[in-house]
Design a protein. Structure first.
Length: 169
């Protein structure tokens, strides 16, 4: 942990939105990830396209993209951002078993896009759960975390330990 104070607190401890008006515009990118662990049969149903609600992976991808664009409406102190790119990749992982989600948010601006990438990953995972809950209510969502960020005054960040090394299947 760095010794940096919390940036969203005012002088008397009240929550406040950070003033980014004096910051330099830079290209900012954030990558986040998460997973949904499920029964092997649930994964088979999703991959076969046999879920009753339809295309689980396609719907979750779209939900993640939409969520990234709505982050400022969901997280009270986030700035509304003009994202230039959002991607949501969802891949099966037989070792979980389940689906792994990786998201990317990008813009050229004065504030970072970590919350947008994390929101996209969270909502994509929640959508997978929603789409398949009729088959498997014991699915588990986990591992939502920032993998990388670049741009801005604080510089680059790269997570040292990937999820596959810290999460047991």
């Amino acid at each position: 942990m760095s010794g940096t104070p919390l940036t969203h607190l005012g002088e008397t401890g009240e929550a406040s939105m950070v003033d980014v008006g004096d910051k330099t515009e830079t290209v900012r990118i954030a990558i986040a990830e998460g997973y949904v662990r499920m029964q092997p049969e649930t994964l088979r149903i999703i991959l076969a396209g046999d879920a009753k609600k339809g295309d689980v992976i396609g719907t979750a991808r779209l939900a993640g993209i939409m969520a990234a664009k709505q982050t400022a409406n969901l997280i009270p102190l986030c700035h509304p951002l003009m994202l230039t790119k959002v991607s949501v990749d969802i891949v099966p992982d037989e070792t979980l078993p389940g689906l792994r989600v990786e998201t990317l948010a990008k813009l050229s601006g004065r504030t970072g896009v970590e919350m947008e990438a994390l929101t996209a990953a969270s909502v994509a995972c929640l959508t997978i759960y929603d789409m398949a809950k009729a088959v498997d209510r014991e699915m588990e969502i986990g591992g939502i975390r920032l993998l990388k960020k670049s741009g801005g005054r604080s510089g680059d960040y790269v997570r040292e330990t990937p999820i596959r090394e810290t999460e047991s299947p």
